[in-house]
Design a protein around this ligand. Structure first.
Ligand code: PLP
Ligand code: SF4
Length: 337
């Protein structure tokens, strides 16, 4: 047995700080071929490796094609400059009126609440995003809150990032207290991969905060494969649901990870069993370094049609993609035959 250092008595902050960041350690823990190391190191120089030990423990040892490993292992393919793949595919710098605030769609704004994540996903569209430049710092949220207060068409505030649940509970309390003074904000939505990759984050204190919010709490998890849903994840979800959280999930369609109907069916089933409603299935954003995860659109449509034929309608996530300048996430047209 390999020791993943899963110590249930440590805090989530400690678990996070102990995430695996050295490619050599990841390869050793998973008993993988050391010849993968050179490429992993060069790719990790561009975008660091980061994987919580509890997430790594859900991977199959000795399997370089493990669907969880593939999402985090830095590869030489990331260094290729592929035509059509850009640094900022969503041109987010254009819809960034105030540092930390994105107002792209009507009725909701997105706050990039923290710059870091609990895990570094290799396909991430923000792998080149200037997180640091876009975080206003502890007292900088006043400008964003002012902007929200002045626009009564904003009924929902979305905390995103990075990953907003890397923030401590104190910052979350501080923000929600200020939102309490803005009556037109009815919902507080959190986009986070933390409950999946580090379910220890869902502490009693955090649940207390969620449960007392004036705004209706919505949590959108990010889960790509049924193997990510461990018993600890299920417990965290149950606890979140018990305090009144609406639970949704978004998935990114990834070649070699979840690009078959059986996996996507199992994922929807496993999410729903854990109390989470499938929400979005995203086509990959065309970000430089992630081209090897991309699927032809035709194949994505066929997979989605396969899901429609196998699952109850409410278990089928919407297949969407993002286009710079579009007023909403765009649905991918369904199969017509
Ligand atoms: C995805 C996104 C949202 C949320 O869109 P929904 O379709 O409501 O889930 C809001 N703001 C920005 C900037 C986004 O990228
Ligand atoms: S958790 Fe989300 S934002 Fe963070 S690296 Fe993964 S995909 Fe990107």
């Amino acid at each position: 047995m390999i020791d993943f250092n899963l110590d249930k008595t440590i805090s989530w902050q400690t678990a996070l700080s102990q995430a695996i960041q050295d490619p050599q350690e990841l390869l050793a823990l998973l008993e993988l071929d050391p010849s993968l190391l050179a490429a992993a190191k060069s790719a990790a120089n561009l975008f660091p490796l980061k994987v919580p030990r509890g997430f790594a423990a859900r991977m199959q040892k000795g399997n370089v094609n493990d669907p969880l490993l593939k999402q985090v292992l830095p590869l030489g393919a990331e260094l290729l400059d592929v035509a059509g793949y850009q640094q900022d595919p969503l041109q987010e710098s254009d819809v960034n009126p105030i540092p930390g605030l994105l107002h792209k769609y009507q009725s909701r704004v997105l706050l990039t609440f923290v710059g870091t994540c609990g895990i570094n996903c290799r396909y991430c569209f923000r792998r080149h995003f200037p997180y640091g430049d876009n975080n206003p710092g502890t007292d900088g949220w006043d400008r964003a809150l002012d902007y929200i207060a002045k626009d009564s068409s904003i009924t929902e505030v979305i905390l995103s990032g990075g990953d907003p649940l890397v923030a401590n509970d104190k910052s979350l309390w501080a923000l929600s207290e200020k939102l309490n003074d803005i009556p037109h904000v009815k919902r507080l939505r959190i986009h986070s991969r933390m409950p999946i990759v580090l379910p220890e984050r869902i502490t009693a204190d955090f649940l207390h905060w969620m449960g007392q919010l004036k705004q209706k709490p919505v949590l959108v998890t990010h889960c790509n494969h049924p193997q990510e849903i461990s018993p600890a994840v299920e417990q965290a979800m149950q606890a979140l649901s018990d305090v009144g959280t609406v639970l949704l999930n978004q998935t990114v369609l990834l070649k070699g990870v979840n690009d078959n109907v059986d996996t996507l069916v199992d994922l929807s089933e496993a999410l729903f069993a854990a109390g989470i409603q499938p929400y979005y299935l995203h086509l990959l954003d065309k970000v430089q370094g992630a081209a090897h995860f991309d699927l032809p659109e035709e194949e994505a449509k066929n997979l989605h049609w396969g899901l429609n034929q196998r699952l109850s309608g409410y278990l089928v996530p919407k297949l969407v993609y993002e286009k710079a300048g579009a007023p909403a996430k765009l649905p991918v047209e369904l199969y017509t035959a």
